[in-house]
Design a protein around this ligand. Structure first.
Ligand code: SF4
Length: 303
């Protein structure tokens, strides 16, 4: 790690690249309001203190169980409540997972993420998924899973199988959250994150921007992430992908530069986290992707 104990000043803020959990909402708001070039400079400076500037880590995401989810996340085509025409399937076989992981490794991925559309996994499902995690780990890939809500016992059980990362996003601010999801509480999400952390699994947690939230909501989301007892090791910043059939199919577009601002703010607030570009990145222009790549370190590929 290239951590350097020095600081820079931008506007009235003094910034360093050492993680802290005591950010105030006012400070987060000040970062969002920085002149654009000051924000880019600060984010890039922080990034270079902790990471090699020109490397990215590639993860492959596989949907191991798709669709028929009982939850009502307004952005998600996998909810059983919306008619989105997606191809649904039950839990993939161990053999198919092994093959997908081998292909991902051959394509350059170092992390293999397995996502299942559950409210939370049943113990019978978890047993099979733990086998998958062991298989993927034996191939020399880092493992990540996103399976919904977890109890403390389930998190420990996943840790026993060797799971490296668990993804569970906060999605948005606590205030805006009821407009997006009504079937689980914000607090449920925080509980799952706590259970994952307590089990010794690394945390991947971020949000989705462009769902009609205000800047104040984006400030609140970033503030919540940056004041968790430990910063997530990975922070995926998603841009809403508008899927016909979901309630957010015609959400008002988020200004692209505001998205860049949010990525830059995340970079500064959580200096050692791997800020990841995930959903929505393929819709960006080349210029915007370049902007983002100055402040992030990872992206996802989909098989
Ligand atoms: S819990 Fe996950 S899979 Fe289910 S609707 Fe929400 S985002 Fe989609």
């Amino acid at each position: 790690m290239l951590l350097a104990r020095k600081e820079i000043s931008v506007g009235s803020l003094k910034l360093n690249a050492i993680p802290r959990q005591d950010w105030s909402r006012i400070e987060v708001g000040s970062l969002f309001r920085l002149p654009f070039n000051d924000l880019l400079y600060a984010a890039q400076w922080v990034h270079r203190q902790n990471f090699e500037p020109n490397t990215v880590q590639i993860s492959t995401l596989v949907s191991i169980k798709t669709g028929s989810c009982p939850e009502d996340c307004a952005y998600c085509p996998q909810s059983i409540r919306y008619d989105t025409g997606i191809h649904t399937h039950e839990l993939m076989s161990l053999e198919d997972i092994r093959q997908a992981a081998q292909e991902a490794k051959a394509a350059g991925a170092t992390r293999f993420c397995m996502g299942a559309a559950y409210r939370g996994p049943k113990d019978t499902e978890l047993k099979i998924i733990k086998e998958m995690i062991r298989e993927v780990g034996e191939l020399g890939l880092e493992t990540c899973a996103t399976l919904g809500l977890l109890t403390p016992g389930q998190a420990e059980s996943l840790a026993d199988s060797g799971l490296d990362y668990y993804n569970h996003n906060l999605d948005t601010s606590e205030s805006f959250y009821p407009k997006i999801i009504t079937t689980r509480r914000y607090q449920d999400r925080l509980e799952t994150l706590k259970n994952v952390r307590s089990a010794g699994i690394k945390v991947c947690c971020g949000g989705i921007l462009g769902m009609g939230e205000s800047r104040e909501d984006r400030i609140q989301l970033m503030h919540t992430l940056a004041t968790l007892s430990e910063h997530p090791e990975s922070v995926p910043i998603n841009h809403l992908v508008k899927i016909p059939g979901t309630p957010l199919a015609s959400a008002e577009a988020l200004d692209s530069l505001e998205f860049v601002r949010a990525v830059g703010v995340a970079r500064i607030l959580m200096p050692c986290a791997h800020v990841r570009l995930s959903a929505g990145r393929t819709d960006f222009s080349d210029e915007l992707r370049m902007e983002y790549s100055t402040k992030t370190r990872c992206c996802f590929s989909l098989p």
